[in-house]
Design a protein around this ligand. Structure first.
Ligand code: DGY
Length: 325
């Protein structure tokens, strides 16, 4: 009998075929998350779950799945949606999708930063109004990146890839991280200094208890009035209400956001602001990247459920319990 795997969202056909060739699959055939009660019912009896970053995987869900559950493959590099210690305590291994989305997410970070500082999104919106216009020396003047300083908060894989692209655009890079990175070719500075000095603050730290609202009203006040904020990590790292106030008051020049505090909700105040570029969590959204992420989930499920081994993308390998053991 093929192991029973529950998939919490409709996947691209190629991935469905990969899963179908290995497992007995039950899939939620939709793009929107199931209501919680339906999700809990769906996972009952699963040996493996392929979960989305918008699914809360906690003790309640692990209980609902049952003691035969051995692996949760989280379809994302971030895993703030999963109670990993609780899963580990129960011998449920959790995997994520590192590396394969680094470049795609870094590209999107630069894309929305450029859209903001060069007023690309605003210009596009303007042309669609049909209002008359003509090129003049003062027309829609913007800020360039070359010669400016980028402050990276969290110099992990994605932060480092953003730094490399920023250097190619002629930017200087500094970074603030909790753990010292003496090998990094960019100057490390305290977060307060970074906030107070750089032209662009780009967030790449994971969402944890310490980073929730890391960028709050105080942090925003520390930033320069002509500085920009970019967030492609997790929405709750920024206090969105405070950000709306700061943008309205001109405390910072603008924000480019791919993630939102109460995703998929977007603070209504953000929608009215011309100095905010908003994209719907597109960071890893290329066809190739999403396939590679899906395949990392498939191979993690296969490692545990078919090959009885710990996959290399396990978040906490100590959770692995061999079935034979
Ligand atoms: C991740 O991988 O954590 C992303 O947010 C999903 O694209």
């Amino acid at each position: 009998m093929a192991p029973h795997v529950v998939v919490t969202r409709r996947l691209p056909d190629a991935l469905r075929a990969e899963l179908g060739a290995r497992f007995d699959v039950t899939e939620h055939d939709g793009d929107l998350p199931l209501p919680r009660e339906e999700l809990l019912a769906l996972v009952a009896g699963a040996e493996g779950i392929l979960a989305m970053v918008s699914d809360r995987v906690d003790g309640e869900l692990l209980d609902a799945a049952g003691p035969q559950l051995r692996v949760v493959a989280n379809h994302g590099v971030g895993y703030d949606n999963v109670d990993v210690p609780e899963a580990t305590r129960r011998g449920v291994l959790v995997s994520n999708t590192p590396d394969v989305l680094t470049d795609a997410t870094a590209e999107l970070t630069l894309a929305i930063l450029l859209a903001l500082v060069r007023r690309v999104a605003e210009g596009d919106r303007f042309l669609r109004t049909g209002e008359p216009w003509t090129w003049t020396p003062r027309w829609m003047l913007a800020t360039g990146l070359s010669g400016r300083t980028l402050g990276i908060v969290g110099l992990g894989r994605i932060g480092a890839a953003v730094a490399r692209l920023a250097v190619a655009f002629g930017m200087d890079v500094v970074h603030a991280t909790r753990s010292p990175r003496p090998d990094a070719p960019y100057r490390q500075v305290p977060l307060d200094e970074l906030l107070a000095t750089v032209d662009v603050v780009s967030l790449h730290c994971p969402l944890t208890a310490e980073t929730r609202h890391l960028i709050d009203a105080d942090a925003l006040r520390r930033m320069r009035r002509d500085a920009f904020l970019v967030n492609t990590t997790r929405g709750p790292v920024v206090d969105e209400a405070a950000l709306v106030e700061a943008l309205r008051a001109g405390e910072i020049a603008g924000a480019a956001l791919d993630v939102f505090e109460r995703e998929p909700e977007v603070h209504p105040g953000l929608r009215d602001l011309p100095n905010a570029v908003l994209t719907p969590h597109l960071g890893s959204g290329t066809t190739d990247t999403r396939h590679a992420m899906g395949m990392l989930c498939v191979t993690a499920l296969e490692a545990v459920l078919v090959e009885d081994r710990c996959p290399s993308n396990a978040i906490d390998p100590s959770a692995f319990r061999p079935a034979a053991g």
